[in-house]
Design a protein around this ligand. Structure first.
Ligand code: UD1
Ligand code: MG
Length: 513
């Protein structure tokens, strides 16, 4: 039998949540990268209702803005001064079409592990029994605090009694009300009209609907579920962490069933909206947040945090922190790299150790391997940025962009003062401060020339260990014939242009440098 679509889901989220001891409304606290009410909306959507309403009151504007930011089609229903879950549902119905017919599901905004499948199971059970009300129940070893399910001798559900209103015998009942229900819309509306507030809390209880419906001779059923986590609400920050850990356990298992290799599930945190490709290895201490998508055959971690990052197939990201970034297929990041928003690393590119990037578009196969700040820059395919390069993008007032063309080479310890453009196929000599554009095929050298002041140590540092060492070295060279072929300076490959005869000496012993 195929189950009809529910007419509506009403999510109750008007409660104050005082036990959270928080300035933030309870349902806006998050686990698994989603707020509690975000989880409730997600589960409700999975039941494909025609209408979805969220009932709000406490911090109404904050909650409403958040909910509509997640899903603008959700109807915000305001609960008035009358308290209780029954009143909340009444207010939810009032915000929906008055002629609403069919099944209405009621859920809570603070029960984050509820799955859509459970709501679909409730709908199927509700349809099959043709009851006017079906309530999800669970059997708890310690039912303290929950409403208890009252059953007749024949086992049929007679009603629900709240802990605070229950007799000792009723408190001994271990079958509890989860607070998740399926109702016939018309029956719900008319029964709520009969519910009063004559109870220990002076509230309009939704739970009273069951006995009223039963009194009319209509069917009331219970749908018992085993997975107790799905009915557990968050009331304080201990429960928030407990349910957060359980949710994570489930999300990590889901990732493994989808093909990821998670080395240490206990120290791996994966948010609800993350996807990970097959045979990608997640090493310990890794957090994967937000809308991050990771391709197949990647290596992520250890000790890596990715938030809203797209990682292509076969990429490697080790000990890195990245936010709103794209890491191309086969690229390599880390260790100790910080990718800030707007970073796009091309396929087979590299962002290495102690490199920070922001609004940096780095081409295919381009490399920024060591100790660099690359902010507001476009780096062409195959370019190489030497160790210690700084893209100085901020003059204290405005930020500007720089470019480095394809297959260009920026020597180590250079500063490129934005806006400056290094063309395709150009070089920048190590230690340059580049303030003017560099054309194709050119070498830019922008630094002071080296001059060596002969005898300076002997004059200014006589008697020191340095002076003694210098004296020894000079004596040794004086005894050796001069090697006519000076070995090339391996540390300075970009400085090929330096004429060998310009070795500058200053016998004046001046200290101008
Ligand atoms: C309620 C049930 C109880 C059940 C338990 C399951 C009633 C009377 N009792 O008790 O049988 O075992 O849930 O967790 O329904 N809310 C509103 N407006 C209100 C009051 C509550 O929107 O005026 C919302 C809350 O935000 C929360 C949910 O309804 O999401 C439940 O409210 P709560 O106060 O926690 O109800 P309980 O006393 O726990
Ligand atoms: Mg509660």
């Amino acid at each position: 039998m195929s189950t009809p679509r529910p007419a509506a889901v009403i999510v109750l989220a008007a409660g104050e949540g005082t036990r959270m001891r928080s300035r933030r409304p309870k349902v806006l606290h998050a686990i698994g990268g989603r707020t509690l009410v975000g989880h409730a909306i997600h589960a409700a959507r999975g039941a494909h209702p025609e209408h979805l309403a969220v009932v709000v009151r406490h911090e109404r504007d904050l909650v409403a803005a958040h909910v509509n930011g997640l899903d603008p089609t959700v109807v915000i229903a305001d609960q008035d001064e009358v308290k209780g879950t029954g009143r909340a549902v009444e207010c939810g119905l009032a915000a929906l079409p008055p002629d609403l017919e069919g099944t209405v599901l009621v859920t809570y905004g603070d029960v984050p592990l509820l799955a859509s499948d459970t709501l679909l199971g409730l709908l199927a059970a509700h349809a099959e029994s043709a009851s006017a009300v079906t309530v999800i129940t669970a059997s708890l070893a310690d039912p303290t605090g929950y409403g208890r399910i009252l059953r007749d001798r024949d086992g049929s559900v007679a009603g629900i009694v709240e802990q605070k209103d229950a007799t000792d015998a009723q408190r001994a009942i271990t079958e509890i009300n989860s607070g998740l229900y399926a109702f016939d819309a018309a029956v719900l509306r008319s029964a709520l009209a009969e519910v009063g507030t004559d109870n220990s809390q002076g509230e309009k209880y939704l739970t009273d609907v069951l006995a009223i419906v039963r009194g009319r001779g209509l069917g009331v059923s219970a749908h018992l579920i085993d997975d107790l986590w799905q009915t557990e609400g968050v009331n304080d920050k201990i429960q928030l962490a407990r349910l957060g850990a359980e949710l994570n356990r489930r999300l990590v298992e889901r990732a493994m069933l989808a093909g990821a290799i998670v080395v240490d599930p206990a120290t791996t945190w994966i948010d609800a909206d993350v996807t990970i490709g097959e045979d990608t290895v997640i090493h310990p201490g890794t957090q994967i947040h937000g809308a991050t998508t990771i391709g197949a055959d990647c290596v992520i971690g250890p000790d890596t945090t990715l938030t809203d990052v797209e990682v292509g197939d076969g990429a490697e990201v080790v000990r890195a922190q990245a936010v709103l970034a794209v890491i191309g297929a086969g690229a390599s990041v880390g260790p100790f790299s910080y990718l800030r928003p707007g970073t796009e690393l091309g396929a087979h590119g590299k962002i290495g150790g102690f490199v920070e990037t922001k609004n940096a578009i780095i081409g295919t196969g381009a490399k920024v391997p060591h100790l660099t700040y690359a902010g507001d820059v476009t780096i062409g395919d195959g370019a190489n940025i030497g160790a210690g390069t700084i893209f100085a993008n901020y003059d204290g007032v405005t930020k500007s962009r720089s470019t480095v063309g394809a297959h260009s080479f920026v020597g180590s310890d250079s500063v490129l003062v934005a806006p400056v453009h290094v063309a395709d196929g150009a070089y920048v000599a190590a230690g340059s401060t580049v303030t003017q554009d560099v054309g194709p095929g050119e070498l830019a050298v922008a630094r002071g020339r080296q001059r060596n002041v002969e005898g300076w140590v002997a004059r200014k540092r006589s008697g020191t260990a340095t002076a003694l060492a210098a004296g020894k070295a000079l004596a040794a060279t004086a005894q050796q014939p001069l090697d006519p072929e000076q070995p090339p300076d391996a540390e300075q490959p970009t400085d090929a242009e330096r004429p060998p005869a310009t070795r500058h000496t200053d016998s004046e012993g001046g200290e101008r440098s």
